[in-house]
Design a binder for this molecule. Structure first.
Ligand code: PLP
Length: 393
């Protein structure tokens, strides 16, 4: 069986040995210096001013939406657009926090929202927030999407949980927006077992994210931000300041174990991305010879494709269904991420008003005719050959 995920970590044996030593010697295992160090290093790697580390990518998504609400950048009942093909915990926090989560279609050849699908959508709906997903290491014309958002006063945030390391027009995905989220779940680009992050260049958002991550208190803020809050709310007692809760928050903190792992794995990230890029290019070459069976995926506009799974969109449902049978016990496969979100039970339950929006969409076709298999850095040439044989011969 060619598994989706082959290991928990890159350089697994050594990483686990170092982890055992770290745990046995560490004085502190709750959020502390390892996490702080990781935040600084990851922000530098990504090319953003700030990074806040979370216990998952889903938590990062929840926290950024809460932070935007706390800051008054968005309000309850505002319409928020999201990519019709994404993971459930992308639109879920929008719904949980009282926004109207409205799907926007994607392009068939890039699997992502484009300025064209966004402009089409904006003819009928007016949104305050766009929570864009960069799906499976790809993007469409995200620079133009940003322009459309600026022209329409829409706050743009990127869910980059599936595209860590992809470079478009010389810039990493995750750097086109006000803030972007990342996942370090096993099997994603880089693993801290569970983990996630939000990156931003906006200091107010950074401060609010720290507050949202831990109970709504100010303990993890820099002294200047702490003093400003204490002054505003007239908290002069250092006794009460320890248990003063300024705004809505959660407990979404990572542990020092996650931080330690992040600091080790970050050293391998460029290597991991390179290997996955090579796998992707080899596979894409073979799949592009069978355009009779599959729709082409357009990635020529992307400088570097960094994905953890290879998407296949079949010309018909029959082709896709026969592949599901062919892969049984041979190649582990999945639907293309969460498929079209509007067909998920949770969406119909909470957003019935918008569930018909994707009736004849590309998202629907991708759900019904698509699948993906893993692209991991430990993939062997033999496995790549087997996959190519099963899918293209
Ligand atoms: C687009 C997207 N957003 C968010 C997440 C959630 O990340 P996590 O599994 O770290 O909670 C995922 C997970 O696969 C994802 O694909």
């Amino acid at each position: 069986m060619i598994k989706l995920i082959k290991s928990t970590f890159y350089n697994e044996k050594q990483t686990k040995e170092s982890l055992c030593k770290f745990i046995s010697e560490a004085k502190q295992l709750s959020l502390g210096p390892e996490c702080n160090k990781f935040e600084k290093s990851f922000a530098k790697w990504q090319g953003r001013k700030y990074c806040v580390f979370f216990n998952s990518g889903s938590s990062a998504n929840l926290a950024i939406v809460q932070a935007l609400l706390n800051l008054g950048i968005i309000k309850k009942n505002d319409l928020a657009g999201f990519s019709a093909i994404t993971w459930a915990t992308n639109p879920m926090p929008l719904i949980q926090l009282g926004l109207q989560a409205v799907p926007i279609d994607v392009e068939l050849d890039t699997l992502n929202m484009s300025s064209r699908t966004l402009i089409d959508f904006l003819k009928k709906h007016s949104i305050k927030l766009l929570f864009l997903t960069n799906l499976l290491g790809f993007c469409d014309d995200i620079d133009q999407i940003k322009k459309v958002c600026d022209q329409n006063k829409i706050t743009l945030i990127e869910d980059n949980c599936e595209s860590l390391g992809t470079i478009y027009k010389g810039k990493k995905l995750g750097n086109y927006s006000h803030a972007s989220t990342f996942s370090f779940f096993v099997g994603h680009h880089m693993s801290t077992i569970e983990g996630g992050a939000v990156c931003t260049d906006d200091r107010e958002i950074y401060i609010m994210l720290n507050l949202v991550r831990a109970h709504g208190w100010d303990r993890n803020l820099e002294p200047t931000a702490q003093n400003k809050l204490r002054k505003k709310y007239e908290v002069s007692s250092s006794f009460y300041s320890k248990y003063t809760f300024y705004d809505l928050g959660y407990n979404l903190r990572p542990t020092e174990i996650n931080g330690f792992l992040g600091n080790i794995q970050l050293n391998f990230l460029d290597q991991i991305i390179k290997k996955r890029q090579n796998n992707f290019l080899n596979l894409a070459k073979a799949f592009n010879k069978r355009l009779d069976l599959y729709f082409p995926i357009d990635y020529q506009h992307i400088d570097l494709v960094s994905n953890f799974a290879f998407p296949v969109i079949c010309r018909s449902k029959n082709i896709r269904d026969s592949l599901i049978k062919k892969c049984e016990n041979k190649i582990e496969i999945r639907p293309i991420v969460g498929g079209d979100m509007t067909h998920q039970p949770f969406y119909s339950k909470y957003m019935p008003k918008y569930e018909k929006l994707q009736m004849n969409s590309n998202a629907k076709l991708i759900k019904e005719q698509g699948l993906y298999f893993g692209n991991n850095p430990e993939m062997t040439n033999k496995e790549i050959k087997t996959i190519i044989k099963v899918f293209t011969k």
